[in-house]
Design a protein around this ligand. Structure first.
Ligand code: B1M
Length: 210
């Protein structure tokens, strides 16, 4: 089994104690950090499919998620580039009712390495908390809203509306993303931009802040 396959297997089977060592040895073998990250993301897709087929349940999905998080920690210094420009603050959170944070954390990491100061509101964030955070940070130019469940797309809509209704659209641009989100949905709810992954989110955030 290749090192990359070992990493994928460890995430899939929730080998929390071994993942850091396995990721490190994949790095030592010369495998690019991005390749390792993409392999872990692919594995989460496998986990999701197994969950849908009732082959695994929430606890296994949770441990796989925790294992991936630990693996990402090892990759972090390699994924984060040098902060050359300062783009100001970027507020990010996962919407109310949604506890998924792996993708949101990756977006935060990439945005930070692109030169933003990231304020992470965490998961299950009520719309009002986004509004208060933006008001408390008048130098924040971009806010990122993440949702992973079709059932929490409505909370994303509510969040974007709350930011608009609070009169904050002249201050911030709203970037949305997450597996069920589409460019059409983003436009429909009044967001300024949608991106499908963390790398493009960082690129888009820079464009929105400029
Ligand atoms: Co959940 N879960 N989960 N889960 N989970 C999914 C999302 C699911 C697709 C699995 C499936 O059925 N195939 C499904 C959603 C179905 C749907 O709504 N269509 C699902 C479900 C149903 C649930 C529960 C309802 C299960 C239950 O309790 N019966 C429950 C809901 C809990 C809640 O939130 N209220 C639940 C719980 C959980 C765990 C807590 C166990 C765990 C989360 C752990 C954690 O995040 N700390 C979990 C996990 C791990 C998953 C899967 C397997 C993996 C998610 C993940 O981390 N992917 C997931 C299946 C899947 O994704 N295929 C699944 C890797 C991550 C890097 O990708 O988050 O998509 P992702 O982020 C990407 C992009 O989406 C994008 O960039 C990221 C990186 O490139 N992106 C943005 C994300 N946010 C962005 C913001 C941006 C821009 C881009 O701008 C601001």
């Amino acid at each position: 089994m290749s090192k990359l396959q070992e990493v994928m297997k460890a995430v899939e089977t929730g080998k929390l104690k071994q993942i850091e060592e396995l990721v490190q040895s994949a790095i030592d073998e010369g495998i690019e950090a991005n390749e390792i990250l993409n392999a872990m993301i692919e594995t989460m897709g496998v986990i999701g499919d197994k969950f849908q087929r009732n082959e695994i349940f929430v606890p296994e999905m949770l441990v796989a998620g925790l294992t991936m998080k630990k693996g990402v920690e090892v990759l972090k210094p390699l994924l984060a580039g040098a902060n050359v420009t300062s783009y100001g603050k970027f507020i990010i959170g996962t919407v109310q009712g949604d506890l998924h944070d792996i993708g949101k954390n990756l977006v935060a990491l990439m945005v930070e390495s692109a030169g933003f100061e990231v304020i992470d509101l965490g998961v299950d964030v009520p719309a009002q908390k986004f509004v208060e955070a933006i008001k408390a940070n008048p130098d924040c130019k971009v806010v990122g809203v993440s949702a992973l469940l079709t059932t929490t797309m409505e909370a994303m809509k509510v969040t974007v509306k709350a930011i608009i209704d609070a009169g904050l659209k002249s201050q911030v641009k709203i970037l949305v993303g997450g597996a069920p989100i589409t460019p059409e949905f983003a436009e429909e709810i009044g967001a300024d931009a949608y991106t499908p992954d963390a790398g493009s989110a960082a690129q888009k955030a820079k464009e929105l802040a400029s």
